[in-house]
Design a binder for this molecule. Structure first.
Ligand code: FMN
Length: 358
């Protein structure tokens, strides 16, 4: 059967469909459990959680499903040297953003406090709780961590946005590699070259990785239905990771306004921008991001730009100034149909089966 692949064997799941993990509070236990219980692999984006919160979340997931699931972290979670910015950097950013804070009628925030990477503590919690699958982006954990995962029976999945990243992930010995095309919603998780220079589309990246590597490949970016899954598998993917289509479902942590935007005409226009977090990510085009094209050197490094912008986001949401809010989403959004994750899963499986079995 088309759905018995190396990925389903390695991951111990029924269908080669992964729900893309979402960072930034957009993952939910309910979504993870719904997808895993339907035979796919639910994924929880935990990069903003403390070790204790990961522990608690894992307990809740285990109470909601006895099927395999994935917990996801960011290996590199800051671009600020020593976690801080200088007064000059902050003043420059403040100058650029002041008109938007004025428009929202709120004061500019204070300079963000220095940020300390959370990855070391988070990854220790992964080793302690032993989720069936640990996926990661923005780099590769140390050889020691990967060896421990192997010993503990935790399957590892790294993400590549270029062939070079795929090659180094393979040498590190991960179990599977996600080829993440630039169509995808959310951050572009590049770690060798700048994200702006790592913009290969999913189906080219997939074929390059398939041709040059032995590690099983998972296709991500622009896949939202059974036809997309079938196409990825025809090109050599062992599974597909679907993000935006699950983000739009009621079970995700997205705000109602966000889900509404994903189903609206506005979703025809997406763009990659660093304006909201300091790292390059794809969301529905907004006035704020469009206005500030070319001003990137004034933005604060990730994640300090996020802390700087969070009060603006809150005020813009309260005032329904949608053109100042980043609604994450990928290029495939205009074809989305389903609002229930179980219906989306069923529809993907039925459509892919009709195509692959004919
Ligand atoms: C809002 C949002 C947040 C995301 N956060 C993460 C994350 O923290 N870790 C990760 O590995 N992938 C993350 N992704 C990527 C998805 O897991 C998935 O690979 C991607 O959405 C697939 O492309 P698609 O959106 O075209 O379906 C995120 C995607 C979105 C839309």
């Amino acid at each position: 059967m088309w759905y018995n692949t190396k990925a389903t064997e390695i991951l111990g799941i029924d269908f080669p469909i992964m729900q893309g993990p979402f960072g930034g509070g957009l993952s939910t236990v309910e979504l993870v459990a719904t997808v895993s219980n339907a035979g796919g692999l639910g994924g929880y984006g935990a990069y903003m959680l403390s070790a204790e919160e990961i522990f608690e979340t894992n307990k809740k997931i285990k109470a909601s499903t006895n099927k395999p699931y994935n917990i996801n972290l960011w290996v590199s979670d800051t671009d600020a040297p020593s976690g801080a910015v200088t007064d000059e950097q902050f003043d420059n950013a403040a100058k650029i953003f002041k008109p938007y804070f004025d428009e929202a009628g709120i004061p500019l925030p204070e300079k963000p406090a220095p940020f300390r990477s959370r990855f070391e503590n988070q990854v220790q919690s992964i080793l302690d709780i032993r989720p069936p699958v640990f996926s990661f982006v923005f780099g590769i954990p140390s050889p020691d961590v990967l060896t421990q995962c192997r010993k503990l029976g935790i399957k590892t999945i790294g993400a590549a946005t270029t062939l070079d990243e795929g090659i180094v992930l393979e040498s590190a010995g991960v179990d599977m590699i996600i080829g993440s095309g630039f169509e995808a919603g959310g951050h572009r998780p590049s770690f060798l070259s700048p994200a702006e220079k790592s913009t290969t589309g999913t189906f080219v990246l997939l074929q390059l990785l398939k041709e040059k590597l032995k590690t099983p490949i998972i296709a991500a970016g622009g896949i939202a239905n059974g036809r997309g899954v079938a196409a990825a598998m025809m090109l050599g993917a062992e599974a597909a990771q679907v993000g935006t289509a699950f983000l739009a479902c009621d079970e995700s942590g997205a705000l109602p306004a966000h889900r509404k935007m994903l189903f609206s005409e506005a979703s025809k226009y997406t763009m990659l921008s660093r304006v909201f977090t300091g790292r390059l990510g794809r969301g529905i085009s907004s006035r704020l991001a469009t206005d500030l094209i070319g001003k990137e050197k004034h933005f604060l490094p990730f994640p300090l730009q996020t802390t700087f912008m969070s009060s603006l986001r809150k005020a813009a949401l309260d005032q329904q100034k949608w053109d100042m809010v980043l609604f994450w989403g990928g290029q495939i959004a205009p074809i989305l149909k389903h609002k229930k994750a179980s219906e989306l899963m069923q529809s993907i499986i039925e459509e892919a089966s009709a195509i692959m079995d004919s």
